[in-house]
Design a binder for this molecule. Structure first.
Ligand code: SAM
Length: 212
């Protein structure tokens, strides 16, 4: 189902500048309609964020594609930590690209819903309920970290849990608008960083994020 719409979405993303073939292929293979409420399914291939309940959203496909492209995944088995499982769509894209995916969600209902969906669809994601601002030390270091909610700063624990040479993509700013940061870890305390202009995300709430 929705094959034509998915192809149209891919054309739109390509026109907007998405060029990583592995990302494009993953978006072509993952059925976004499975990650959103049934009543919204006819909007699944609009390039738009959509509500998934609890005032949260499944990110816009362009944002998912852009952030994933920044991770620069070039081989299977890359270990990636996602903060903000939400619907599970971003994690499913990473799984489809062959990553070893760890994903944390602070909303218990969303966590359970996504974990159930991963099982049902055979998607291999290590999903955990908790505060992603403190990372997942047990499985660190990660070659990629992708934060899908807007943070006031880059949480120190996430910096610590990134491997040398690893890449972190994180929106940083105030509660209304954020800039996307790409950090590349050069040594234990040294990062190269690139700042990409305005994207808008729901807030990252937690010990090293926003307070409720
Ligand atoms: N990646 C998601 C997807 O593919 O559907 C989109 C996520 S939504 C834009 C952001 C998610 O981050 C929400 O589900 C929210 O509950 C979660 N979140 C916010 N603060 C968090 C935190 N400290 N730890 C883990 N998840 C958090």
């Amino acid at each position: 189902m929705f094959k034509v719409q998915r192809e149209e979405l891919i054309n739109e993303l390509t026109k907007k500048g998405i060029s990583d073939l592995a990302v494009i292929k993953a978006i072509g293979n993952v059925e976004r309609e499975k990650f959103i409420p049934k009543t919204m399914r006819h909007f699944a291939y609009k390039d738009a964020a959509l509500p998934i309940g609890y005032e949260q959203t499944i990110s816009q496909p362009y944002t998912v594609a852009y952030m994933t492209q920044l991770l620069n995944i070039k081989k299977p088995g890359v270990k990636v930590l996602e903060i903000g499982t939400g619907s599970g769509y971003q994690a499913a894209i990473l799984d489809e690209m062959g990553c070893d995916v760890y994903s944390i969600e602070r909303n218990m209902d969303l966590h359970h819903r996504a974990a159930k969906l991963f099982d049902k669809l055979g998607i291999r994601v290590h999903a955990k309920y908790g505060d992603g601002t403190i990372g997942w030390a047990e499985y660190a270091p990660f070659e990629g970290i992708i934060v899908t909610a807007g943070s006031p700063t880059v949480p120190q624990k996430l910096k610590d849990q990134l491997s040398i040479g690893g890449r972190m993509v994180i929106p940083v700013g105030d509660r209304i608008s954020q800039k996307l940061y790409l950090l590349i870890k050069k040594s234990e305390n040294e990062f190269d960083s690139e700042i990409i202009p305005e994207f808008t995300f729901v807030p990252l709430i937690g010990r090293e994020g926003w307070k409720l």
